[in-house]
Design a protein around this ligand. Structure first.
Ligand SMILES: Cc1cc2nc3c(=O)[nH]c(=O)nc-3n(C[C@H](O)[C@H](O)[C@H](O)COP(=O)(O)OP(=O)(O)OC[C@H]3O[C@@H](n4cnc5c(N)ncnc54)[C@H](O)[C@@H]3O)c2cc1C
Length: 446
């Protein structure tokens, strides 16, 4: 839908072919099974979507989507075993929107399909139509039809998600497959909707990430319908708790105590949903030497990241922004320029999640030599950020992709981290010496 919005400024007619039923209200869809699980919209993604569809954020809030504006007390955010986003570490300017995935999708879909030169055809695409003489894609063949029903197009955008078949077609057309960067994360999700009585929690976003020692995490988000999405997940093929009782036990274990107590007073609604996400995958179209004209991939079809980092929708919105910039540039090599721009915006996020997964989440995959040392440094940084608002803000602004991940911490911030952790280590040591001295002191006799 974001691609359709961008194309509508540059092409006379834009047709979205969608295989799935698209409900005229917010609802889960069969072809997007991940929509049943907690989806966190990063601040950068909210900004990008608003840029494409002005008024979207206000309309979401008017429709009841929680907005956390100047309300750092509403967030409890834990990353890699460190509790970062809390009242004491988040500054007031922190703003977050919390739409459920079906709601966000519906808002965006309604806007995209209202654009006069965008139309929806509810049919699946079987494959692109390829002209080997001109080495270009000339349109698409639909699933329900034969060669005579081919639809001509100047540009085909493949937004079919993780299951894209573009690599297969490229090979058939003689271009070879793109190489792939992968990280075997073995993530398993289980999600319940829960009704928690009003007044028990001031938080609306509660996240506790998995760690190497405890490979199970949990996310709780209060959505526009007043229900909480409660997702537990395991990393490195570990099964998360599936039933409500098990989820409550996990909450007691890894969340602040009052959150676990509130959850126990909640009531699960409907059935539990499951999802398996075996592998993060980045198809390196930017590294292909030859590529046909007339077709581009976008969204998860290019890169899909370990979903527990909550980056996927934001990265898709950023790719749509890249497409807008390329089309505005007027460069005829749309695919080549887009692939390069997307590689540039994808790389730092891919590196951050790969470092997290390979050094903290028991994932397997090709690790660069510097992943582990950088992972160790980040662990130190996050430890200090637990009680230092400046460091917490630095991290959270980059994690939510508001600031560029190409910016490494300045020497001043590294110094602050070292000082902070040395002080903490020292006071721990002094505490230990004091208590052992007390233990050695003779007990006064009566
Ligand atoms: C469990 C889970 C949790 C996640 N949590 C988050 C999160 O917290 N935050 C976040 O930002 N992201 C999250 N993500 C990632 C996010 O869901 C994706 O990044 C995002 O949906 C990608 O959008 P897309 O349009 O590329 O693909 P999709 O949303 O997968 O959409 C693909 C569309 O293509 C259609 N289609 C497929 N094949 C055809 C065909 N041949 N013809 C016609 N139509 C076709 C499908 O019906 C579907 O509508 C999560 C993902 C998972 C798996």
């Amino acid at each position: 839908m974001c691609a359709a919005r961008v194309l509508s400024d540059h092409y006379d007619d834009v047709t979205v072919f969608e295989r799935d039923e698209l409900p005229d209200h917010p609802a889960n869809r069969t072809a997007v099974p991940q929509g049943r699980h907690v989806h966190l919209l990063m601040a950068r993604g909210a900004n990008e979507f608003e840029g494409l569809f002005p008024g979207l954020l206000d309309d979401m809030v008017a429709a009841g989507v929680p907005i956390l504006e100047n309300r750092p007390d509403c967030i409890s955010f834990g990353a890699a075993g460190h509790l970062l986003g809390t009242q004491s570490t988040l500054r007031d300017e922190f703003t977050a929107y919390v739409p459920s995935r079906p709601h966000l999708e519906w808002q965006i879909r309604t806007r995209a399909l209202a654009i006069p030169n965008v139309r929806l055809v509810r049919q699946g695409v079987a494959e692109p139509r390829y002209d080997p003489v001109r080495e270009r894609v000339t349109g698409v063949l639909l699933e329900a039809g034969d060669e005579s029903s081919a639809v001509p197009a100047d540009l085909v955008v493949d937004t079919t998600g993780r299951g894209t078949r573009l690599p297969v077609w490229l090979e058939q057309w003689g271009f070879g497959r793109p190489t792939e960067d992968t990280v075997d994360v073995g993530i398993k999700y289980a999600t319940h909707q829960v009704r928690i009585p009003d007044g028990l929690l001031k938080e609306m976003v509660v996240v506790a990430g998995a760690t190497r020692e405890k490979p199970i995490g949990l996310g709780m988000l209060l959505y526009e319908d007043g229900l909480w999405g409660l997702t537990t997940y395991g990393t490195g093929k570990v099964e998360p708790p599936h039933d409500f009782a098990g989820m409550c036990d996990l909450a007691d274990d890894i969340l602040p105590a009052h959150v676990g107590r509130a959850l126990r007073q909640g009531e699960p609604v409907g059935d539990v949903a499951f999802h398996a996400y075996p592998m993060s995958r980045w198809r390196r179209y930017d590294k292909m030497r030859r590529f046909p004209t007339g077709i581009i991939p976008l969204g998860d079809a290019v890169a899909s990241f370990n979903p527990t980092f909550g980056q996927g929708m934001t990265m898709t919105s950023i790719q749509a922004g890249n497409l807008q910039a390329v089309l505005r540039s007027g460069d005829p090599d749309i695919a080549g320029r887009l692939a390069k721009a997307t590689a540039k915006t994808t790389w730092p996020v891919w590196a951050m999640t790969a470092i997290g997964d390979l050094s903290l989440h028991n994932a397997t995959g090709e690790a660069r030599w510097w992943y582990r040392p950088v992972g160790g440094l980040f662990d130190q940084f996050l430890g200090a950020a637990e009680t230092d608002p400046v460091l917490a803000e630095w991290f959270l602004r980059r994690f939510s992709l508001l600031d560029s991940l190409y910016m490494v911490p300045s020497a001043r911030l590294v110094g602050r981290t070292i000082r902070h952790n040395l002080r903490a280590l020292l006071s721990e040591k002094v505490g230990a010496v004091r208590s052992s001295t007390r233990e050695r002191e003779p007990v006064p006799s009566r």
